[in-house]
Design a protein around this ligand. Structure first.
Ligand code: ZN
Length: 271
């Protein structure tokens, strides 16, 4: 048996949004207080292949949706020595606006997506504002066009993209959401994306407010735990705490990029 490759894994923070605790849990929260969201893209750098996980949103969409845009996540790839024009593989955890918006800045990429997500994003549920609000129709059409150009690889279930990089569907927040597991020097790291927005969603089994299927969201927390060697190996999709728990790869990247394949500075409340 050959050893699995060890990837370096990074989170790039590209935007933020102010929110209150009650905004982030179905059913609200008895303790009021600020609980802002961070927006990330993730990068896995391996010995032979690199994977970009999600594509973030654009400055224009940030302005329209009143998000605090910090930097273009695709331009920020250069801080890790990568060039968006040359990226060959982009995993899309789902097609919500904050995960796919810069698809056209990745002109040579193949997109890896769970097929139910595209069906959902073009299907009958989008007649409901509550559900379509999380999508930008231009992004969805862009992915349809990418498919017509032969640039989308569809999955309908778990998949291995490369040794050490696997995809895991966990529908709930959206109908075709998936999370990503990457093999690193500290073992399997689980990039949860929106299977858990915050550490606290999965720790307390209280899902985030944007929901397609609440039962699926609860099962998603179980799937994350089953896929990770410890809770410290799970990286939530929108938690600002990720920037505190992990270190910048270089001092000048403080507050911009953290390295996830090294042990966290401190761990969560869970044992
Ligand atoms: Zn999201």
């Amino acid at each position: 048996m050959t050893a699995l490759p060890e990837y370096e894994v990074y989170a790039i923070r590209y935007a933020t949004r102010a929110a209150r605790r009650a905004d982030n849990f179905i059913g609200g929260d008895p303790h009021d207080g600020p609980m802002p969201l961070a927006y990330y893209v993730w990068v896995a750098i391996g010995p032979d292949r690199n994977f970009v996980i999600d594509a973030g949103f654009t400055a224009e969409v940030a302005a329209r949706r009143k998000r605090d845009f910090i930097r273009c996540p695709i331009e920020a790839l250069s801080l890790l020595g990568l060039d968006g024009e040359k990226i060959a593989d982009v995993i899309l955890t789902h097609l919500h606006y904050d995960h796919v918006g810069n698809f056209d800045r990745l002109p040579n990429a193949t997109f890896h997506l769970q097929e139910p997500e595209l069906h959902y994003a073009v299907g009958h549920y989008m007649k409901y504002k509550q559900l379509r609000h999380s999508y930008e129709v231009d992004d969805v059409v862009g992915i349809v066009r990418a498919n017509y150009a032969g640039r989308v690889n569809f999955y309908d279930g778990p998949a291995e993209l490369a040794p050490g990089v696997t995809l895991h569907p966990a529908p709930g927040h959206s109908a075709g959401l998936q999370f990503v597991r990457v093999h690193t020097r500290r073992g399997w790291l689980v990039l949860a994306s929106d299977v858990s927005h915050f550490y606290e969603n999965m720790e307390s089994y209280r899902p985030f407010v944007t929901a397609f299927h609440i039962g699926g969201m609860l099962e998603g927390f179980d799937k994350l735990r089953a896929a990770a060697p410890s809770p410290d190996h799970i990286i939530p999709g929108h938690d600002p705490l990720v920037m505190e728990r992990y270190r910048a790869p270089r001092p000048e990247l403080e507050g911009i990029i953290v390295r996830l394949d090294e042990a966290p500075r401190f761990s969560g409340g869970e044992s």
